[in-house]
Write a protein that binds this ligand. Sequence first.
Ligand SMILES: Cc1cc2nc3c(=O)[nH]c(=O)nc-3n(C[C@H](O)[C@H](O)[C@H](O)COP(=O)(O)OP(=O)(O)OC[C@H]3O[C@@H](n4cnc5c(N)ncnc54)[C@H](O)[C@@H]3O)c2cc1C
Length: 410
Amino acid sequence: MSESSAYVIAGAGLAGAKAAETLRGEGFGGPVVLMGDEAERPYERPPLSKDYLLGKAERDTIYVHPASWYADNGVELRLGVPVTGIDRAAREVALADGSRIGYAKLLLATGSSPRRLPVPGAEADGVHYLRRAVDSDQIKAAFQSATRIAVIGAGWIGLECAAAARAAGVEVTLLETAELPLLRVLGPEVARVFAGLHREHGVDLRFGVQVSEITTAGGRANGVRLGDGSHVEADAVVVGVGITPNTQLAEAAGLEVSNGVVVDAGLRSSDPGIFAAGDVASAMHPVLGRHIRVEHWANALNQPQAAARAMLGQDVAYDKVPYFYTDQYDLGMEYAGYVEPGGYDQVVFRGDVDRREFIAFWLGGGRVLAGMNVNIWDVNDAIQALVNDGRPVDTARLADAGVPLEEVAG
Ligand SMILES: Cc1cc2nc3c(=O)[nH]c(=O)nc-3n(C[C@H](O)[C@H](O)[C@H](O)COP(=O)(O)OP(=O)(O)OC[C@H]3O[C@@H](n4cnc5c(N)ncnc54)[C@H](O)[C@@H]3O)c2cc1C
């Protein structure tokens, strides 16, 4: 068997596509193979719960590259066939169609999958999980025919779906185990803002509830039974209760896996020929000094570019501050930084929280750990600079909108 010179990418999402683009951009002239189990060429997922779901963006707008880009750039795109295994000794991947592809370097960009709800009825017709374009199409269709829906889980996906449903004129009951939406991610101070936003838009918010069953009639979901025995009627149910990284290939191949494929700051796994990036990677963050797995678009955009350079032998340390954004109704926000659930001791607000035009800062030991700008723009770079700066800040100046953020550090 001759040694392969191919750089092979498993997973044709945003991360996979950006890695392929970077390999070519850096001048790599050997074979590049990008393999995905979906029939679609790589596309971006954020619009699936926003403008695409709202019917404001066409399908054409979601793709990472034009269809011709792959052939034009000598990237062999193999779609609709899952990668089923990695033979590390032979340096080959196996595909579901029985073929095998040799690799010189392999990137795992297999992303993540929605966590299923472990209750009766969770897989019935009319129960939707949102990850793929086809899921968004089905939910959009459900909004057309439904009078009322139930959304289970008040995380980002659940909240964005609730907002899209309200825009489509559908009644929404939002069911959440915690006492507020996004409580673990944001803490109570800012989570309250999102509860208020949805309440104002007519969402029936039910916090502190357990879902015991999705009830069905003739095999179709017709509501949700709660732990206290009460029943929420719904023509369709959207479940957004988190995601799990697609680590099956890595695990079966004996790579180190712990809440994602464990990689160093150069995105290299416990096998030096195999790299990982995007939702599936738990990467050492050189600034935070620990491994983090980031389930966000900006990470899937930037991290694989670093991984591709590392695959080419460049000295890489991926140290970008995690960044996230959302749009719900008339609220747009950006968030930069990293805070463990409950891992802060103070929230400082700058601006008008009631009007939802503000910046929130999460502080630990007087340092800015993260910041979120809500309906205020062109400040996220300054927020990232504060997070990177790492020195304690004067909280009065931080709260004072009259002091430019650039002058708050130190
Ligand atoms: C509806 C929705 C809205 C979102 N909104 C936002 C947002 O507003 N802001 C934000 O920052 N982030 C958002 N995200 C998160 C963001 O989209 C993800 O972080 C990003 O898609 C991760 O990209 P990825 O390429 O790592 O993984 P994915 O996008 O999951 O792509 C991985 C691909 O690999 C495929 N695959 C998996 N296993 C195999 C295998 N064995 N063989 C072949 N192919 C395989 C998968 O099917 C998939 O096509 C949203 C996500 C969703 C679903």
